[in-house]
Design a protein around this ligand. Structure first.
Ligand code: ZN
Length: 325
């Protein structure tokens, strides 16, 4: 009886869910944010809900995915060096998983850049005496509130223990056991403090959000990110890697150099199309309406950055209209 009584409500709930899903699909197709939800709200919901998964790249080298940006762990005899620290709200789960996997304490943490989904565990690790290492601009970005155009991110003002204690400008070499880590900054790209980490002899490179695998990227115009800078950094990474290199993106599965090349080529083509429209005197809204990413959308628009938001960021980067929304 109970089941029968509940049935109409169940059917109604299913219908409501279906309508909501259809509305979401329709709003995605037009690139409009539904009910004012920002890119960051959508991304945060995904980071809160995704299961934490662990991938082994080689002996003592792991990638933890799901709780924000990818987190890489490199183990030596007595310690673990981490690259990025995930989302603040899931730090207990992440640190437990890291310890269960590596059986070593984390002693050093490298941030690929300042964004909250890559530095969320900084306060936790920094408070436990972990040395935080980053390009010098990361310290500046984490110390002051930043508004990132088009995506609804306002962040900064981290406590002192969450800030990098060791910074560098262009390049820094570290060792973790028998492995060498070369940290490189190729100038502003996704942000003005990006670090690319080459791990040898494992032939692994961790590139942060310069590459989001299968998603349109965020270009952080508030911290001098640019489409030209993204492509410049990608060209440097392509020049330093080979077909066997394992590439750890900021988000999404571990990739190959061929995947990185496809992504770089997509950025180059979108840049050229938007450039041509800007040269023809089109406004930002007219460029968005021209759908310059249309043929790339089936492959790259599945993430939280819609074609519209991506196009607005590329336009602003090329037109120098960094503050516009
Ligand atoms: Zn980022």
């Amino acid at each position: 009886m109970n089941v029968l009584n509940r049935r109409p409500l169940f059917v109604l709930t299913q219908t409501v869910v279906l309508v909501v899903v259809m509305m979401a699909a329709a709003s995605q197709a037009t690139g409009q944010a539904r009910t004012g939800e920002t890119v960051i709200q959508k991304a945060t919901e995904q980071f809160e809900d995704s299961p934490l998964t662990i991938t082994s790249l080689s002996q003592g080298l792991y990638v933890f995915s799901g709780d924000g940006g990818n987190v890489t762990a490199i183990v030596d005899d007595g310690s673990t060096l981490l690259i990025d620290s995930g989302l603040a709200s899931r730090i207990s789960e992440l640190s437990d998983a890291i310890f269960r996997t590596t059986m070593r304490p984390v002693t050093r943490l490298v941030n690929t850049h300042w964004h909250f989904d890559h530095t969320g565990g900084n306060t936790y690790f920094g408070s436990s005496g972990v040395t935080i290492i980053a390009q010098e601009n990361v310290k500046k970005e984490l110390s002051s509130a930043e508004d990132v155009p088009f995506i609804g991110l306002r962040d900064g003002h981290y406590p002192p223990q969450a800030l990098p204690g060791l910074t560098y400008q262009g390049s820094l070499t570290l060792h973790q056991g028998s492995r060498g880590l070369t940290l490189e900054n190729y100038g502003a790209a996704h942000t003005d403090g990006d670090t690319v980490i080459y791990i040898s002899p494992a032939n692994v490179v961790v590139v942060g959000d310069i590459f989001s695998n299968h998603f349109y990227p965020i270009i952080d115009l508030s911290s001098r990110g640019s489409i030209d800078g993204m492509i410049h950094s990608l060209d440097q990474i392509l020049a330093q890697t080979d077909e066997q290199t394992k590439i750890v993106p900021g988000h999404g599965p571990v990739a190959t150099r061929a995947n990185l090349q496809d992504y770089r080529d997509m950025l180059v083509q979108v840049r050229q199309r938007v450039k041509d429209l800007v040269a023809a005197g089109k406004t930002m809204d007219e460029v968005v309406a021209a759908l310059p990413t249309k043929d790339f959308d089936p492959r790259w628009a599945s993430g939280y950055v819609t074609p519209e938001v991506f196009t607005r960021m590329v336009f602003s980067s090329l037109a120098g209209a960094n503050g516009s929304r």
